[in-house]
Ligand binder design. Structure first.
Ligand code: AMP
Length: 397
């Protein structure tokens, strides 16, 4: 079976065509600047070169049309006709309390996703546009929604309730939802497999550290807590997001700087985190290079980041009354040796130690803790697209 995996942003569309039998990526690409002047598609067939073409894409439907064109193109295509796409799997950001697992999309599901728009106003509408575009361009092909929030729906109320008046939960469903669920699910499962055990017998902490970052406690196969909240702004420090702050800071800065609530919210999402702290970049390659060049703010930014990650690991070890595996994943978790080493310095109380040589690895599955370490620490590359393809096949087969 061939599954087209679609990840729609407000002005972008990422795609991968995956053969679910071999799990090989046949082709992948990205449509950018949809609805904006200068839109372009970048397409890469497996084993081939990337091709980039500027094409006017007034909306996501036009983008899906071009994706199909590229996939079936005589030169850079990988299938001969549309009939070779058996299903489409969509990443949908917010499923609210309605979706605890992936579902085949019908009108009722679209309506339910729309009802979650308030909770993810930038993402869910784009996801729905992507779904509609695929329905229009590929009639008869089943579409599946895979939610970023679904895996965390197993959290107990004590983990998802905020210390706010209950009426806001009752009226608006203000609570912790968590995100990156597809990745936390995939990585925790894989981490257990790596040590030849069943996830249902283990306590696992997954540190998904990418541009967005979240940590989860996966207790005997179920997410029981995670660091992102109502929105992806809560939790650890991220590339450009602040993570946890004293909520009173919002009012304080708004008054001092004469900023609106929207402006403060935008600052917390786009100008904070590692970018804001270091003043250098949101990219850890730039920030570690700046630290090496003697930049004190970059050094403090990285130390603050690692310290926050270590504190969450401590919290989730307490939440599960122990931990068997700590798994690092996503861009920073898989590649930034310095962050893993700094986090490791806080783990001695758990009898847990990182081997400096093994920690030089990047982007591969490897156990980086010492043989005598009580907790296995590992790098487990995430693969959200493959996870979406697998869940799509499981539903449409
Ligand atoms: P993600 O959101 O998972 O794609 O992660 C993106 C982030 O990972 C980038 O902003 C970088 O900070 C970091 N990253 C990616 N590749 C590397 C690398 N080779 N070395 C260090 N950090 C990296």
């Amino acid at each position: 079976m061939n599954v087209l995996v679609i990840n729609c942003g407000s002005s972008s569309l990422k795609y991968q065509l995956i053969n679910s039998d071999t799990e090989a990526v046949l082709a992948k690409g990205l449509c950018e600047r949809i609805g904006i002047e200068g839109s372009a598609i970048t397409h890469q067939p497996a084993g081939g070169d990337k091709v980039m073409e500027e094409k006017p894409m007034p909306d996501h439907s036009a983008a899906v049309k071009f994706v199909i064109e590229k996939l079936t193109d005589k030169e850079v295509g990988v299938i001969s006709s549309l009939s070779e796409i058996d299903a489409v799997g969509h990443r949908v950001v917010h499923g609210g309390e309605k979706f605890a697992e992936s579902v085949i999309i019908d009108e009722e599901v679209i309506k339910a996703i729309e009802e979650c728009n308030d909770l993810a106003p930038l993402h869910n509408p784009a996801n729905i546009i992507g779904i509609r575009s695929c329905q229009n361009n590929m009639p008869g092909v089943p579409n599946v929604a895979v939610f970023d929030t679904a895996f965390h729906q197993t959290m107990p109320a004590k983990a998802y309730m905020y210390g706010l008046p209950l009426e806001y939960y009752n009226k608006y469903k203000v609570r912790r939802y968590g995100f990156h669920g597809t990745s936390h699910d995939f990585v925790s499962k894989r981490a257990a497999e790596i040590i030849g055990k069943n996830r249902d017998d283990l306590k696992i902490i997954v540190c998904h550290l990418g541009n967005g970052a979240s940590i989860s406690a996966v207790d005997h196969g179920k997410s029981i807590d995670t660091s992102m909240g109502l929105t992806p702004l809560e939790g650890v420090i991220m590339g450009t997001r602040s993570g946890d702050i004293d909520p009173a800071i919002i009012d304080f800065i708004a008054k001092k700087e004469n900023m609106s609530l929207e402006e403060v919210n935008s600052m917390l999402n786009k100008k904070s985190g590692i970018l804001g702290l270091s003043g250098v970049s949101s990219d850890f390659r730039d920030v570690t290079a700046a630290e090496d060049a003697g930049n004190e703010a970059a050094k403090i930014a990285l130390e603050t980041y690692s310290y926050r990650v270590a504190k969450y690991i401590g919290a989730y070890t307490a939440a599960m009354n122990g931990v068997d595996i700590i798994a690092f994943t996503a861009g920073v978790g898989e590649n930034t040796q310095r962050v893993r080493a700094q986090v490791g310095e806080y783990l001695a109380y758990l009898g847990t130690y990182i081997d400096a040589d093994k920690n030089m690895a990047r982007g591969e599955e490897v156990i980086i803790s010492t043989p005598d370490s009580k907790v296995k620490v590992m790098i487990v590359p995430t693969n959200e697209e493959l996870a979406i393809a697998r869940q799509t096949v499981a539903l449409v087969k």
